[in-house]
Design a protein around this ligand. Structure first.
Ligand SMILES: [Zn+2]
Length: 81
């Protein structure tokens, strides 16, 4: 798995955040992370909240660890409760 790019993009249709599964609607911006898995290229979207959480907690995951869908949202609610 190879990281290709990540940048804030104004979304044109609703996307569910990979981290917390919350739907974000246009014209909000989301962090689009593009990765390559061999010949396959795919993108996932992160909401602002998950992105900030990951930036604030860089020790929770190593750079090569993946996330399960919704996993970050669970961690956020654990931290906040
Ligand atoms: Zn999120």
């Amino acid at each position: 798995m190879e990281h290709v790019s990540s940048n804030w993009v104004p979304i044109r249709k609703p996307h569910n955040c990979w981290g917390c599964t919350t739907e974000t609607k246009p014209p909000e911006k989301m962090m689009r992370v593009t990765e390559a898995d061999g010949p396959k290229i795919y993108s996932v979207y992160w909401c602002e909240k998950c992105n900030a959480f990951l930036n604030n907690n860089p020790d929770l995951f190593g750079p090569d660890d993946g996330f399960c869908y919704g996993e970050v949202g669970q961690m956020i609610s654990e931290v906040e409760s």
